[in-house]
Design a protein around this ligand. Structure first.
Ligand SMILES: [Zn+2]
Length: 159
Protein backbone atom coordinates (compact mmCIF):
# COMPACT_ATOMS: atom_id res chain seq x y z
CA UNK A 1 0.00 0.00 0.00
CA UNK A 2 1.52 3.37 -0.97
CA UNK A 3 2.30 5.71 1.90
CA UNK A 4 0.47 8.97 2.30
CA UNK A 5 3.07 11.10 0.51
CA UNK A 6 3.31 8.96 -2.61
CA UNK A 7 -0.47 8.63 -2.77
CA UNK A 8 -0.73 12.42 -2.66
CA UNK A 9 1.91 12.86 -5.38
CA UNK A 10 0.08 10.32 -7.51
CA UNK A 11 -3.25 12.16 -7.28
CA UNK A 12 -1.58 15.52 -7.86
CA UNK A 13 0.47 14.38 -10.88
CA UNK A 14 -2.42 12.40 -12.40
CA UNK A 15 -4.53 15.53 -12.24
CA UNK A 16 -1.79 17.63 -13.83
CA UNK A 17 -1.45 15.11 -16.65
CA UNK A 18 -5.15 15.70 -17.33
CA UNK A 19 -4.65 19.48 -17.25
CA UNK A 20 -6.10 20.00 -13.82
CA UNK A 21 -4.84 21.49 -10.60
CA UNK A 22 -6.31 19.63 -7.65
CA UNK A 23 -6.16 20.40 -3.95
CA UNK A 24 -7.29 18.42 -0.94
CA UNK A 25 -10.35 20.06 0.58
CA UNK A 26 -11.25 19.23 4.15
CA UNK A 27 -14.27 16.97 4.44
CA UNK A 28 -15.20 18.57 7.75
CA UNK A 29 -14.50 22.32 7.62
CA UNK A 30 -14.40 22.66 3.82
CA UNK A 31 -11.11 24.58 3.67
CA UNK A 32 -8.55 23.90 0.95
CA UNK A 33 -5.25 22.50 2.17
CA UNK A 34 -1.74 22.14 0.77
CA UNK A 35 -1.17 18.76 -0.90
CA UNK A 36 0.82 16.51 1.40
CA UNK A 37 -0.38 17.45 4.85
CA UNK A 38 -1.88 14.38 6.55
CA UNK A 39 -4.44 16.42 8.50
CA UNK A 40 -6.40 19.59 7.87
CA UNK A 41 -4.35 22.64 8.92
CA UNK A 42 -7.53 24.32 10.16
CA UNK A 43 -9.45 21.68 12.10
CA UNK A 44 -7.18 18.60 12.27
CA UNK A 45 -9.56 16.39 10.30
CA UNK A 46 -8.21 13.41 8.38
CA UNK A 47 -10.99 13.50 5.81
CA UNK A 48 -10.06 15.07 2.48
CA UNK A 49 -11.84 15.31 -0.85
CA UNK A 50 -9.71 16.21 -3.85
CA UNK A 51 -11.24 19.03 -5.85
CA UNK A 52 -10.24 20.80 -9.04
CA UNK A 53 -9.40 24.45 -8.45
CA UNK A 54 -9.12 27.42 -10.80
CA UNK A 55 -5.33 27.53 -10.83
CA UNK A 56 -5.34 31.28 -10.32
CA UNK A 57 -3.40 33.04 -7.64
CA UNK A 58 -0.76 35.62 -6.89
CA UNK A 59 3.00 35.42 -6.67
CA UNK A 60 3.78 35.40 -2.94
CA UNK A 61 7.56 35.02 -3.07
CA UNK A 62 10.22 33.61 -5.36
CA UNK A 63 13.88 32.74 -5.77
CA UNK A 64 15.90 32.53 -8.95
CA UNK A 65 17.87 29.28 -9.17
CA UNK A 66 21.21 29.55 -10.94
CA UNK A 67 22.85 26.31 -9.84
CA UNK A 68 21.15 22.95 -9.70
CA UNK A 69 22.12 19.67 -8.08
CA UNK A 70 19.85 17.70 -10.40
CA UNK A 71 21.58 17.30 -13.77
CA UNK A 72 18.23 16.86 -15.55
CA UNK A 73 17.43 20.50 -14.78
CA UNK A 74 20.83 21.88 -15.82
CA UNK A 75 19.57 23.11 -19.17
CA UNK A 76 16.78 25.08 -17.47
CA UNK A 77 18.83 27.41 -15.30
CA UNK A 78 18.26 30.08 -14.40
CA UNK A 79 14.68 29.25 -13.40
CA UNK A 80 12.31 30.67 -10.86
CA UNK A 81 11.04 28.73 -7.87
CA UNK A 82 7.93 30.45 -6.62
CA UNK A 83 5.50 30.42 -3.75
CA UNK A 84 2.05 30.88 -5.23
CA UNK A 85 -0.88 31.90 -3.05
CA UNK A 86 -3.86 30.28 -4.74
CA UNK A 87 -7.18 32.10 -4.68
CA UNK A 88 -8.52 29.25 -2.51
CA UNK A 89 -5.98 30.22 0.18
CA UNK A 90 -3.16 27.65 0.24
CA UNK A 91 0.38 28.67 -0.66
CA UNK A 92 2.11 26.08 -2.83
CA UNK A 93 5.66 25.73 -4.10
CA UNK A 94 5.93 25.69 -7.87
CA UNK A 95 7.83 27.31 -10.68
CA UNK A 96 7.20 30.56 -12.46
CA UNK A 97 7.59 30.50 -16.23
CA UNK A 98 6.97 32.93 -19.05
CA UNK A 99 8.34 36.01 -17.36
CA UNK A 100 9.41 38.38 -20.10
CA UNK A 101 13.09 38.54 -20.91
CA UNK A 102 15.00 40.82 -18.53
CA UNK A 103 11.99 41.35 -16.27
CA UNK A 104 11.99 40.52 -12.59
CA UNK A 105 8.95 38.60 -11.38
CA UNK A 106 6.75 40.89 -9.30
CA UNK A 107 5.51 39.82 -5.91
CA UNK A 108 1.76 40.27 -5.91
CA UNK A 109 1.46 39.69 -9.67
CA UNK A 110 -1.53 37.63 -10.73
CA UNK A 111 -0.59 34.23 -12.07
CA UNK A 112 -2.35 31.23 -13.53
CA UNK A 113 -1.46 27.59 -13.85
CA UNK A 114 -0.02 26.13 -17.04
CA UNK A 115 1.33 22.63 -17.52
CA UNK A 116 4.89 21.74 -18.31
CA UNK A 117 6.20 18.35 -19.40
CA UNK A 118 9.26 17.53 -17.31
CA UNK A 119 10.78 14.12 -17.87
CA UNK A 120 7.99 11.58 -17.35
CA UNK A 121 5.70 13.96 -15.52
CA UNK A 122 3.46 16.87 -16.31
CA UNK A 123 3.92 19.51 -13.66
CA UNK A 124 1.69 22.45 -12.87
CA UNK A 125 3.73 25.65 -13.10
CA UNK A 126 2.58 29.26 -13.09
CA UNK A 127 2.80 32.15 -15.51
CA UNK A 128 2.00 35.85 -14.96
CA UNK A 129 -1.34 37.13 -16.22
CA UNK A 130 -0.55 40.75 -15.37
CA UNK A 131 -0.31 41.70 -19.03
CA UNK A 132 -4.09 41.18 -19.14
CA UNK A 133 -5.14 43.79 -16.56
CA UNK A 134 -8.81 43.54 -17.56
CA UNK A 135 -8.88 40.03 -16.14
CA UNK A 136 -7.54 41.21 -12.80
CA UNK A 137 -9.92 44.07 -12.16
CA UNK A 138 -12.93 41.86 -12.84
CA UNK A 139 -11.78 39.03 -10.61
CA UNK A 140 -14.88 37.29 -9.27
CA UNK A 141 -15.10 36.40 -5.60
CA UNK A 142 -14.20 32.81 -4.84
CA UNK A 143 -16.91 30.45 -6.03
CA UNK A 144 -18.79 33.22 -7.82
CA UNK A 145 -20.26 31.71 -10.95
CA UNK A 146 -21.23 35.01 -12.56
CA UNK A 147 -17.85 36.50 -13.47
CA UNK A 148 -16.26 33.12 -13.78
CA UNK A 149 -18.48 32.13 -16.68
CA UNK A 150 -17.04 34.94 -18.78
CA UNK A 151 -13.50 33.82 -18.36
CA UNK A 152 -11.67 30.86 -19.69
CA UNK A 153 -11.31 28.46 -16.80
CA UNK A 154 -10.59 24.80 -16.47
CA UNK A 155 -13.68 22.72 -15.69
CA UNK A 156 -14.72 22.79 -12.06
CA UNK A 157 -15.71 19.65 -10.29
CA UNK A 158 -16.48 18.53 -6.84
CA UNK A 159 -17.73 21.86 -5.50
ZN1 LIG B 1 -10.74 21.11 8.25
Amino acid sequence: MPDHQSKVSMIFLDAAARGRLMLPRCGDCGKHNIPGDPTCAFCGSFRFDWVTVSGRGVLFSYAVVHHVLDASLAHEVPYVVALIRLEQGPIIVSRLVGTEEGQQPQVGAHVKVVYQVTGQHVLPVFTPTSHHPQLITREAPQGGAQGAANRARPPQTGS
